[in-house]
Design a binder for this molecule. Structure first.
Ligand SMILES: [Zn+2]
Length: 215
């Protein structure tokens, strides 16, 4: 499902017709999954100046094999309310992981997390723990780090080392943690069934979600 929108280039301001994806089913069009993961699906190049611009569209990503649906809502509370009411209670959705995200970058991260066989609630907790630890190690930068958005980049090697990226001083920094951090968070989550319950149905699982349970 695509639609055409007319939009302005962020560099030269000239108008272009841009193809936006309203819905992607990666079983029907598996090649689109790679384009989501490398971000190219959400980029359009200006024919006048060559600038690469972001496509802003409320895309529904659906992977029937992973039973994963992620809706990029661009932060629209109206859309989230409407979708939450319509899909949350459907019986065929009960085995699904259903997520709202604000932007394409967050969709890419969700696809990476679930593609690695991991869970995003646990991952948000692992980010929280990692952020706290970095704040403790770099006390003079704790203010900035505590506010920085952390993104899951990947899991590597036999021991499953997890790498996060976060911005600091306008540059991307990396933080790598052992898989034990993730396992510890999974243990904490098991002892907090209210968190798992809050993540069922269409939910926005991000730093703010975890922040409601840990302070
Ligand atoms: Zn341009």
């Amino acid at each position: 499902m695509t639609s055409q929108t007319e939009t302005s280039c962020s560099r030269c301001g000239s108008r272009s017709k841009v193809t936006a994806y309203d819905g992607i089913n990666v079983r029907e069009t598996p090649e689109l999954k790679a384009q989501v993961l490398d971000g190219s699906l959400f980029v359009w190049e200006c024919p006048h100046c060559g600038a690469r611009n972001l496509v802003r569209s409320q895309t529904l990503y659906h992977d029937p094999d992973e039973k994963l649906m992620v809706w990029v809502t661009l932060g629209s509370a109206e859309l989230e309310e409407r979708v939450g009411a319509a899909y949350g209670a459907l019986p065929e959705m009960k085995d699904y992981t259903l997520r709202f995200v604000d932007d394409a970058g967050s969709l890419i991260e969700k696809v990476k997390i679930f593609g690695a066989g991991l869970d995003d609630v646990t991952m948000e907790m692992a980010k929280y723990v990692t952020r706290m630890e970095l704040c403790g190690n770099m006390k003079d930068r704790a203010e900035e780090i505590s506010k920085a958005p952390f993104k899951f980049l990947g899991m590597d090697g036999a021991d499953g080392e997890i790498t996060f990226a976060y911005p600091l001083d306008g540059q991307m920094q990396m933080a790598a943690v052992g898989f034990n951090v993730y396992e510890d968070c999974r243990g904490i989550l098991k002892r907090n069934p209210a968190m798992a319950a809050a993540a069922s149905g269409f939910a926005k699982v991000d730093a703010a979600f975890v922040g409601r349970y840990f302070r």
